[in-house]
Design a protein around this ligand. Sequence first.
Ligand code: MN
Length: 131
Amino acid sequence: MAKKILVVEDNPANMKLLLAALRPQGYDLIQAIDGEEALKTAISESPELIIMDVQLPKMNGMEVTGKLREMPEFSDVPIIAVTAYAMKVDKEKAFESGCNAYLSKPINIQELRNVVAEMLLRRSEARHEIQ
Ligand code: MN
């Protein structure tokens, strides 16, 4: 069954790029365009991985991540932070809020695909879905 990925990004051009990068990999892609929608969609759709833009309207990506991490069902869902500001402090904040990986814009498509595949595999292994 296709792995479900929630892509959170408020910029339409960036969203298009992220979806285009991941679509050929056969994932079931769902979208959210602000922090509140991200939280609601994550809860209703139970994605297996989340790609989280950090700068978002209504609630930023780190806040959303922090809230999700408070819920047991999201304790081990991989969250990949994406931000335009490749600053050390942002990276540290992203990890502090509970993100598992960090990518800076402009997104390198191959790197994104690799990180997503690796995170999904790691989670499957942790859950003993793969022997
Ligand atoms: Mn943004």
